[in-house]
Design a protein around this ligand. Structure first.
Ligand SMILES: Nc1ncnc2c1ncn2[C@@H]1O[C@H](COP(=O)(O)OP(=O)(O)OP(=O)(O)O)[C@@H](O)[C@H]1O
Ligand SMILES: Nc1ccn([C@@H]2O[C@H](COP(=O)(O)O)[C@@H](O)[C@H]2O)c(=O)n1
Ligand SMILES: [Mg+2]
Length: 245
């Protein structure tokens, strides 16, 4: 059963997560475009059933370079999920002539978190347009604000949360040898991202751990060794995901 958190209408959010004074101050620091994100956001609706099925949602969390994207590729191949990387969606939005382009660029460069309304909208748009109903949402939620925004707007909670637990020195080494031309793959930004991960992302993992949803994966080892810890998580919920209605 797809759990409805709150069937919140967009207008009732005005007093909560998206429109706090602090949030608008933060948004205006980026630039005026991020503050105006709220108007575009008015079109986002709670997730709906498709072909009689509710979405099966996995959040994939872990620090920068912990191997989230790498393992998602293997999960897609083996279990047929749709992979949505929040970072990739933001990078695509950044180069697409979007009004948020420069705000996203500056935020990623600084290793900070893009305002939730922008990221949630990108994710929900992809979910709505997908034929698949099983989703891996990689690198999201990165903060409690991200989490609350997603749950309120989509009306859904994750079924599973994967946490790739990796020592900092291993993450730094992997990011610095990634070689994909990412503007945040440099030592200064990595240090900032690690701080943001600890301050903002770990509380989200704690929140879902208390709800019994977190599967901790030891992210040290070869890609295949790590996948052998991931596999049973999805094996165990394969039927549940298949029969989701
Ligand atoms: N188990 C592993 N052993 C060695 N290298 C790995 C392993 N897993 C991933 N890598 C490599 O480390 C780098 C980072 O991996 P990946 O992009 O999957 O991390 P990520 O968690 O998605 O990071 P980010 O949050 O920065 O997007 C990549 O170059 C990838 O090929
Ligand atoms: N929920 C998110 C996810 C990402 N970002 C920004 O993108 C950067 C790269 O993300 P990756 O998952 O690809 O590592 C990240 O450092 C953030 O600046 C975000 O704001 N919100
Ligand atoms: Mg990644």
């Amino acid at each position: 059963m797809w759990r409805k958190v709150t069937a919140t209408s967009f207008s009732s959010l005005k007093s909560s997560v998206f429109f706090t004074r602090l949030h608008l101050q933060q948004a205006s620091k980026h630039n005026a475009a991020s503050a105006s994100a709220v108007s575009r956001f008015a079109t986002v609706a709670p997730l709906q059933e498709k072909d009689g099925r509710c979405p099966f949602i996995t959040f994939v969390l872990g620090g920068p370079g912990s191997g989230k994207g790498t393992q998602c590729i293997k999960i897609v191949e083996t279990f047929g999920f749709k992979h949505l990387s929040a970072g990739d969606l933001l990078r695509r939005e950044m180069v697409s002539n979007s009004e948020y382009g420069s705000m996203i660029l500056n935020t990623i460069k600084e290793g900070r978190i893009v305002p939730s309304e922008v990221t949630v909208k990108l994710i929900l748009k992809e979910m709505e347009s997908s034929d698949n109903h099983k989703f891996l949402i990689d690198g999201f939620p990165r903060s409690e604000e991200n989490r609350i925004a997603f749950e309120k707007i989509s009306g859904a909670e994750p079924d599973v949360v994967l946490f790739f637990d990796c020592p900092e020195d291993v993450m730094v080494k992997r990011v610095l040898s990634r070689n994909q031309g990412r503007i945040d793959d440099n030592i200064d930004t990595i240090k900032k991202r690690l701080k943001v991960f600890e301050a903002l992302n770990l509380p989200v993992i704690d929140y879902y751990a208390k709800k019994g949803k977190v599967h901790r994966i030891n992210a040290v080892g070869t890609v295949d060794e790590i996948f052998e810890q991931v596999r049973p998580v999805f094996k165990a919920c394969e039927q549940k995901a298949l029969n989701r209605s």
